[in-house]
Write a protein that binds this ligand. Sequence first.
Ligand code: SF4
Ligand code: SF4
Length: 104
Amino acid sequence: MPDEQAWREIAIGGTEINPGSTERVNTGAWRSEMPIIDFSRCTHCMICWVDCPDACFEISDTRLAGIDLDHCKGCGICAAVCPTHCITMVPESSVPVKSSESGA
Ligand code: SF4
Ligand code: SF4
């Protein structure tokens, strides 16, 4: 699928039917709220990693390392399930970082 399509070329309902499309679609651009992790309270239980629908949590040596903000849609599930409440959702406009910076 080319990067730009005429509306007649888009599948009904805007459905993405090509596998692997996440590689080139920056779904983080859809986000209105950003998850911020307070690592001082993180126990690295990985519950957020399990429940994130977009597999955005980055792991390093069995520990939580950050978030792939290029693909995090800001759904807030991670903040809801974190047992230590160390993830806070903040308005995207209030965080002066680029999406490619993870973990914030
Ligand atoms: S759910 Fe919370 S405590 Fe557990 S790894 Fe994720 S951020 Fe850390
Ligand atoms: S806000 Fe949603 S998409 Fe982003 S890291 Fe948390 S669970 Fe994943």
